[in-house]
Design a protein around this ligand. Structure first.
Ligand SMILES: [Zn+2]
Length: 409
């Protein structure tokens, strides 16, 4: 019988990501539009300057964020509209810009491109500030330059210190405040003395070594709606493009622009709205599932994989399955950390080939084979559960290898 001793880190505060819906009034919406524009303006101005500087003399020293911040003052004088922004947000723009400039120059693989100019057509708009945000009552936040903005709930912000925040307008037309807050460390879940291996799949998202299976979330309702609007968007935009071309060819007096057609833009928003709904549903489900698992088990072993081989023609798109698995793992990672449990990622090699009872490797099995019988010990296996048991075995071996975390009683 193995007894598990988990070493718990002593810490007082942890960082938590929080996202709140914002309901800015008409004036504030206009202000926000200006502020998003200011960030874009500063980014483009600074980038143009850096490009030119680099063109003129490639040996000039690299401009750090403090040098760039110094340039903000004259820029604000020349363009007074920049004063409508939370000035810390313009400094954050400089931070981001120097970072991507650095990434470009330090990159040896040739995969990182030069920082690009920001277009006003980009649908997702945001700015990040470093000022203090205060809550005012249950439904309001005081945000620099904007004043009191209505929000969904401020309860989650209690006992938090907000140091950096992002206001964003998503393609769905909804506004959000997203931030990293320092919160007191959550209470540890009590230890249960139970370990589990988890295999991930498509029809069943999580298959446990003890035989339990948790299905994937079916988000097809909103997925389908998103697809319908995607098609409408493509068709309408194509049509609008044709009309714009027609105007140009006929040399009409006031040719229409692509932006003057609103119906394709509406379709684009609807598409984004349904995609976001589906993604939210999946995320909520994953939150519930991972919290449940972390509560139930002290040690969780999973496969260390980037992508998994998928059965063809499955209703769940490959990208969705992969995104779900990534999120599943991320959530397990930080929740185990928070709640004092242990997550072990093991090498996925042979987990679906080896018999979990006798250890005999009977080779690869096509994906459509869901059950098989071990040719050596005649045990009948469910493909996924067998893999989960193997993952648990590997996890236990790894844990024992580390020596300190597990002792035999
Ligand atoms: Zn066997």
């Amino acid at each position: 019988m193995l007894d598990i001793i988990l070493k718990r880190k002593e810490r007082t505060n942890v960082l938590k990501g929080i996202k709140l819906r914002l309901y800015p009034n008409r004036t504030q919406q206009n202000q926000l539009e200006q502020m998003f524009g200011n960030d874009r303006f500063v980014w483009n101005q600074m980038l143009a300057m850096m490009n030119e500087r680099y063109q003129n003399n490639k040996d000039l020293p690299f401009l750090g964020k403090f040098k760039l911040n110094y340039l903000l003052k004259p820029l604000k004088k020349e363009y007074p509209f920049l004063k409508t922004s939370d000035s810390s947000s313009l400094q954050v723009v400089n931070e981001f810009l120097t970072q991507s400039w650095k990434n470009f120059f330090q990159d040896k693989t040739g995969q990182v491109g030069k920082p690009r100019f920001h277009s006003r057509k980009y649908l997702k708009k945001s700015y990040t500030g470093k000022s203090i945000i205060k809550t005012a009552g249950k439904r309001y936040l005081k945000i620099p330059k904007l004043g009191y903005v209505k929000t969904s709930k401020t309860g989650v912000l209690q006992n938090t210190k907000i140091k950096r925040y992002t206001v964003l307008l998503e393609p769905t037309g909804k506004y959000y405040l997203s931030l990293q807050a320092e919160i007191p460390e959550p209470e540890k879940y009590s230890l249960t003395d139970k370990r589990v291996g988890i295999d991930v799949g498509v029809a069943d998202l999580a298959i446990l070594s003890n035989g339990l299976k948790y299905p994937s979330f079916d988000s097809s309702y909103f997925e389908k709606k998103a697809k319908v609007w995607q098609r409408k968007y493509a068709r309408r935009r194509h049509l609008a493009k044709l009309l714009v071309l027609q105007d140009r060819n006929k040399k009409v007096l006031c040719p229409r622009s692509l932006e003057s057609f609103t119906n394709w833009q509406k379709a684009q928003k609807s598409k984004a709205k349904y995609q976001a709904k589906a993604a939210n549903q999946r995320r909520d489900y994953l939150h519930k599932l991972t919290t449940h698992l972390v509560k139930q088990y002290d040690v969780i072993a999973i496969e260390d994989l980037k992508n998994k081989n998928l059965q063809k023609n499955h209703h769940l798109a490959k990208s969705i399955a992969n995104a779900s698995w990534r999120m599943f793992r991320q959530m397990l990672e930080y929740k185990c950390e928070w709640y004092g449990k242990k997550l072990i990622a093991v090498d996925p090699k042979n987990t679906s080939r080896i018999c979990s009872k006798c250890g005999y490797n009977s080779g690869a099995k096509p994906l459509e084979i869901r059950e098989w019988i071990c040719s050596k010990c005649q045990t009948k296996h469910d493909r996924d559960i067998n893999a989960a048991v193997n993952i648990l075995h590997k996890g236990s071996t790894k844990l024992n290898g580390q020596g300190l975390t597990m002792v035999t009683s």
